[in-house]
Design a protein around this ligand. Structure first.
Ligand SMILES: Cc1cc2nc3c(=O)[nH]c(=O)nc-3n(C[C@H](O)[C@H](O)[C@H](O)COP(=O)(O)OP(=O)(O)OC[C@H]3O[C@@H](n4cnc5c(N)ncnc54)[C@H](O)[C@@H]3O)c2cc1C
Length: 412
């Protein structure tokens, strides 16, 4: 009888659990080593506890990194449809909402973790928690992985699934990058992505807690538009947050701590053109030219935004009547409502970021198998690699796809 392949999976996140299940289903003897007291802590936090499991419309454009063609073979082999079939078989019923985002019908991320853990247990996968692997040594017969606590695990193959550096409180703290470097791999520049932004602005305390429904946010570097995204926007005491901000934050993360000028442009009325916005403002002036500036936009905007926007549009005297605004002043108000430019200080910290941009250089990894081109038998999966996705289920999809590839080919 052929000997069972022994595989150690380092990290019990989504990519590691997927790799472990696929390898065990193919007959391997699998051990998952997780540094936290339990596997899947980050998975529980996904989608604000509801888990945006995947996206039915993943394209290369939803992913970022030095070479996004890298993810295509893994996504072709195990895309959204296959992922949904996989989870359906484990018992997860799903619902699809706007933009192809898929959630468990129960709205509970814990259900996803429960079924993955049940399957791991059914397949006899050994789950070792509370141990942090700090060194992987290739040996004559395979690998020995050493923990910080003085234990070691021998295996034929190693799948490194330690995640990036984002939200270290949930387990991933950059240890995987260090181990990859020690094994001769290159790690590209890493920076926080899907992260709130800190603004350099006088009005932050005044706007703290203000929400704007369906705004559009753009990131600009040296005046060049880099990324645009729409959705609900939240003002905080440090800057802005919400899905569109997380989506445009990557460029700011990339350029912070450089001399490049970083700005956001906020469109509070993305469904209006500049012309229709101007018409709307003129109509409001026509209906009440006697109204002071601090009053005439009530009913159109959150009340706390009005004095801030008027000041940003160059109006200091809010007692002045709106009917006294000349054409240039009306145009300045319209510009602020549609193209509100604010200087950006940078991103919030790793602790606040959902995804790590950058990671293990994908030119040193086989795109079909996730096997290292430097050390045969060593695999890298998930967020640890230099691939990151937009908000909307794309990052978990990458964890499932890359985990599936490594689980399959490490036993091939
Ligand atoms: C708050 C939040 C919400 C999110 N929501 C979504 C969402 O709804 N949809 C979506 O697609 N994406 C979402 N993401 C992103 C997504 O969760 C990650 O991209 C995904 O979890 C990455 O999976 P992974 O297995 O590669 O890494 P991780 O999930 O980070 O798992 C890595 C695991 O390895 C362990 N580990 C690390 N180092 C070691 C070591 N040295 N030894 C042993 N174990 C180690 C860690 O403890 C961790 O359990 C969210 C992220 C956050 C933080």
């Amino acid at each position: 009888m052929a000997e069972q392949t022994k595989i150690v999976v380092i990290g019990g996140g989504p990519s590691g659990m997927m790799a472990a299940i696929v390898a065990a289903r193919r007959g391997a003897c699998v051990t998952v080593v997780e540094r936290m007291p339990k596997v899947g802590k980050k998975l529980l936090a996904t989608g604000a506890g509801q888990c945006n499991l995947c996206n039915t419309k993943p394209t290369q454009g939803n992913y970022h990194g030095t070479d996004t063609t890298f993810m295509l073979p893994a996504l072709a082999a195990f895309g959204a449809e296959t992922a949904l079939t996989f989870f359906d078989a484990l018992g997860i019923e799903v619902r699809e909402v706007e933009s192809g985002r898929v959630f468990p019908i129960t709205g509970q991320a814990s259900n996803v973790l429960d079924v993955l853990r049940y399957e791991m247990s059914r397949l006899g996968i050994r789950e070792v928690t509370g141990l942090k692997i700090q060194k992987i040594c290739p040996s004559d017969t395979g690998f020995v992985s050493y923990t910080a606590e003085g234990e070691s695990f021998e295996s034929d193959k190693v799948i490194v699934a330690t995640g990036g550096t984002s939200s270290p409180n949930l387990g991933s703290n950059g240890g995987g990058h260090k181990m990859a470097k020690a094994l001769g791999h290159t790690v590209t520049q890493i920076f926080p992505s899907r992260v709130p932004l800190e603004l350099d602005a006088w009005f932050l305390k005044r706007l703290k807690g203000v929400k704007v429904r369906a705004a559009s946010v753009e990131s600009h570097i040296d005046g060049q538009l880099i990324r645009k995204s729409s959705g609900d926007l939240l003002f905080t005491d440090y800057g802005i947050s919400g899905p569109p901000v997380l989506n445009v934050s990557r460029a700011i993360g990339q350029f912070e701590r450089t001399d490049h000028a970083m700005e956001v442009s906020i469109d509070l009325f993305p469904e209006e053109t500049m012309e229709s916005m101007a018409t709307l403002i003129r109509k409001r002036i026509g209906h009440g030219p006697f109204k002071p500036l601090e009053v005439f936009l009530i009913g159109l905007l959150h009340k706390r935004l009005i004095p801030v926007l008027m000041k940003e549009a160059g109006q200091e005297d809010l007692g002045r009547t709106c009917g006294s605004l000349d054409d240039a002043e009306v145009a300045a108000v319209v510009t602020i409502l549609k193209q509100w430019r604010v200087k950006c200080k940078g991103t919030r910290s790793w602790m606040n970021s959902q995804v790590t941009a950058g990671g293990v250089d994908v030119s040193e990894v086989d795109a079909k198998t996730m096997e290292s081109n430097v050390i045969p038998g060593l695999y890298f999966v998930g967020e640890l690699l230099d691939i990151d996705g937009d908000c909307g289920g794309y990052n978990l999809q990458w964890a499932w796809s890359s985990g599936y590839a490594a689980g399959t080919h490490s036993t091939g």
